[in-house]
Unconditional design. Structure first.
Length: 368
């Protein structure tokens, strides 16, 4: 009887385990996406949406490839080949005429979107970390692992300037929205403001200032007036700086781990910080006070405020994309579909479509 009972109990346990496994699989297989692109053979690290025809998408990944594809059909338009190492950044120019890719091989390639013609093959950095296009012209900026920033004129490919001054990898950077300055942040914990024409540093803040970051900068954002910059750091803090005079206005300190992503709201005096500690914090820029704390189940990798709205979207290592109301902190919607961390996303101008880049080698399309 004992043996039989033991056998019966084991069978019951097996059935319970099978049911639990099935339940787990059912949760994992929830897919809210409306379309996908499955051409990559490795993690997808970067994705961007054409600024005019928002059905045209570019993605780049660890398979050394980038692709143009359509988000409405999932159809591959073409492969943008040439890299011999991971593609870390892909980006359309602001007018949609060109698309650029930057890789760990130190190369930057630029194509004409309409003809798919390779018009520039650029070299110089040892490893490209990020790309940014000038807001009003075809000038391309690249931040590098060797502590430099490079700037080229497109389509000629002429190098206009090389910016040197950081002592570590340039982990974040961009043109100011008015196009008049360049702001960069580094693993050496320094923030620098540059004149694009002369490559002269007009402002530098580093850990020598006791009020600034003690560890490396991971991310930065500039408000639409080009007046303020917000920096995130591995030290768990985010710091607000006045770009006109270099004044440190304050530090946002409510995270317990690295702040990976930051952003400003365009319609209200709000900013947001996302961290490895799973928290999305929303701050009042005027009072420097914490307004809301929101939560993912794992590290937050990227946040983006919607263009003309107090809504913001986040992606996370918990495999979800989430929509939040920045005024209330309410989680308005959560999308599932990825089987691994979501490493980035691109948001349509109207805020109604999100394209994701996944560690599971897949890009997915979600309707808001």
């Amino acid at each position: 009887m004992d043996d039989d009972d033991g056998k019966d109990n084991a069978e019951v346990e097996d059935e319970v385990n099978i049911n639990e496994t099935n339940n787990e699989e059912m949760v994992e297989l929830v897919d809210d996406s409306v379309q996908g692109f499955f051409g990559h053979k490795d993690s997808v690290y970067a994705v961007d949406m054409h600024p005019i025809d928002q059905n045209i998408i570019v993605s780049g990944g660890g398979d050394e490839k980038s692709f143009l594809w359509r988000s409405d059909t999932g159809e591959q338009i073409c492969e943008l080949s040439g890299h011999v190492d991971t593609v870390q950044s892909v980006l359309f120019s602001k007018d949609g005429q060109y698309v650029a890719s930057g890789g760990m091989d130190g190369k930057v390639f630029v194509w004409k979107v309409d003809s798919r013609e390779l018009i520039a093959s650029l070299e110089g950095p040892d490893e490209v970390v990020w790309l940014d296009w000038h807001p009003k012209g075809t000038i391309l900026l690249a931040g590098a692992n060797d502590a430099t920033i490079w700037m080229w004129q497109i389509p000629s490919g002429n190098c206009m300037n090389v910016f040197s001054g950081h002592a570590g990898p340039v982990t974040a950077g961009q043109f100011t929205p008015d196009g008049k300055k360049i702001v960069t942040g580094s693993e050496d914990s320094s923030l620098m403001l540059w004149d694009p024409k002369t490559a002269i540093t007009t402002l530098k803040i580093s850990r020598e200032d006791a009020r600034f970051h003690r560890e490396g900068i991971t991310s930065l954002a500039i408000n639409k007036e080009s007046a303020l910059v917000l920096t995130g750091s591995t030290d768990g803090s985010a710091i607000l700086v006045n770009l006109s005079n270099g004044a440190i206005l304050g530090s946002f300190e409510n995270h317990t781990e690295s702040v990976e992503t930051v952003g400003f709201c365009n319609v209200l005096p709000l900013s947001a910080t996302g961290s490895v500690d799973n928290k999305l914090n929303i701050w009042d820029v005027n009072t420097m006070r914490l307004r809301q704390t929101c939560h993912h189940e794992d590290a937050i990798i990227k946040l983006q405020w919607h263009l003309d709205s107090p809504l913001l979207t986040t992606c996370s290592a918990d495999r979800t994309v989430r929509l939040w109301d920045g005024r209330t902190g309410n989680n308005e919607k959560t999308w599932h579909g990825h089987q691994d961390s979501i490493l980035g996303f691109s948001l349509s101008n109207d805020g109604k479509k999100v394209i994701t880049a996944g560690d599971d080698h897949v890009c997915l399309v979600f309707n808001v």
